[in-house]
Design a protein around this ligand. Structure first.
Ligand code: DX5
Ligand code: ZN
Length: 216
């Protein structure tokens, strides 16, 4: 079953509670946390995640594009996130961090930038509930999908199967009605979409169309 996670990066930040309601039927709400260091953009932090988690029933999928996630990620679990994704490029101790996120009661997830290969992390997969393969360079919404990531998605799906893991495989960046089928064919099962959802006339309808395409 495909999961569709609208990214509020493309929503109106002054009306986040309403923007969450606008995507009823979505599986998770994807919250992009950026610190202006790990990526050249700044978005939001713990207090807004805390408020948003009270304002919506949709569980929050927090994607931390920040330095020192070892220090900050646990606070996002306490703020109400149901899933917390840290970047392996920024984590000092990814195994310890994944265990801490799980111990605090959230799903632990690790993200790879486009130039980061999956192979060195094969042995870490059992520690994770989800792996995120970025299909754009992180930092901004509305960028073009990187087709060259499809082989990495495919190889990751093979590793997940080989080890018999339950782990979800998420893609983020440039996912739209014209790219989602390629991601699903390659083995992704969780799809983040920002501009394709919040740029649409009817965001809830966009979620339904994306799901239909992913499950075709
Ligand atoms: C990019 C973010 C994405 C972004 C995706 O760094 O991690 O979640 O919102 O936006 P679209 O779907 O427009 O590429
Ligand atoms: Zn994201």
């Amino acid at each position: 079953m495909a999961q569709i996670n609208p990214s509020i990066l493309s929503a109106d930040f002054a009306r986040l509670a309403d923007e969450a309601k606008a995507v009823e039927g979505a599986d998770w709400l994807h919250v992009d946390v950026m610190d202006n260091h790990f990526v050249p953009n700044l978005t939001l932090g713990v207090p807004i995640v805390e408020s948003l988690s009270r304002a919506t029933d949709i569980p929050l999928d927090c994607h931390l594009m920040i330095e020192d996630p070892d220090r900050w990620a646990p606070q996002y679990v306490e703020a109400g996130a149901g899933s917390v994704t840290f970047h392996v490029e920024a984590a000092a101790a990814p195994v310890r961090l994944a265990r801490e996120i799980r111990a605090k009661g959230a799903r632990a997830s690790m993200a790879l930038k486009p130039a980061t290969p999956i192979e060195p992390f094969e042995d870490l997969l059992p520690e994770l509930d989800m792996l995120l393969i970025m299909t754009v360079e992180p930092g901004f919404g509305g960028q073009a999908f990187l087709d060259i990531m499809l082989p990495k998605i495919r190889r990751t799906r093979e590793l997940i199967s080989k080890h018999g893991l339950e782990l979800w495989l998420q893609v983020d960046g440039g996912v739209s009605e014209s790219t989602i089928e390629r991601c699903a064919d390659a083995g992704a099962d969780v799809f983040v979409a920002g501009s394709a959802v919040y740029g649409a006339q009817d965001p809830a309808q966009a979620v339904r169309s994306l799901r239909e395409k992913a499950e075709r």
